[in-house]
Design a protein around this ligand. Sequence first.
Ligand code: MN
Ligand code: MN
Length: 305
Amino acid sequence: MEDEEREKLFEAGKIAARIMEEGIEKIEEGAKLLDLANFVEREIEARGAKPAFPVNISVNYIAAHYSPQAWDESVFKKGDLVKLDIGVHVDGYIADIARSTIVGGGGSTEQNDLNKLIEASKKALDNAIKVIKPGIKTNEVGEVIENTIKKMGFMPISNLTGHKLARWNLHSGTVIPNIKTRHGDTINEGDVYAIEPFATDGFGRVVDDPNAIIFRYLEDRPLRMKEARDILKYVRENYKTLPFAERWISGLVPRFRLNHALRQLAHTKAIYSYHILKEKNRGIVSQAEHTVIVTESGCEITTVG
Ligand code: MN
Ligand code: MN
């Protein structure tokens, strides 16, 4: 890997890690999810970087892909388990980091169980990072994650995975499963991976909610609706192949046309929809994530302050 690439990966990682620290502090009873999202994304830009994807703030049985909408009034409630997932890129070089927390901290027995659930995904991440080195297979890492979470009495989410990162590409093919799968790919020196165990007290799978508020540009398509054409041009120029939030484009077109335009874009496959993902049995979900560069003998974490 070129020195310049490394520097940009670590620069993105440092920014993401520091904003994570500050963002987690803002998760308290009564605080608006929208205010946290705006804080995180403004801070990323203030530090000279860009969001690699809309900040994900997923609560309780929502596992991922929730990002507050432009007119979102929802607030954190005491006892909520919140996953904050932040993506930063510097010149297309991506850092992806996530952490979980409980609103109002520990206390009751129920919250102690939630703390244990948070600990399970964190420990699974630590153990995965310990075993990653050139030559190991992705499904061997998955086995470590699965065993760690199950030993603590929870289930890993089997259909969410870590992922290889490339420049301007958040999911560049190879995945790191959160369970022991039958097949695995070999991990090589110089590879960049986001590792993200999810643990739950539910079934251990996520299902799509019908709604999507995060999208990604796919390709130019003929579109009847002017607003849809405007949105497509804007997202292609501004976010390229990286995901964007409904919130980021809400000012482009009248509010009453926004959903229709997005539906048309998704329907014609001009954009991809990331559906909100919820736990199959409405189990509570925790997540921990770091981005690593695979080295000769192990890996280095980029997402540290
Ligand atoms: Mn993430
Ligand atoms: Mn990720």
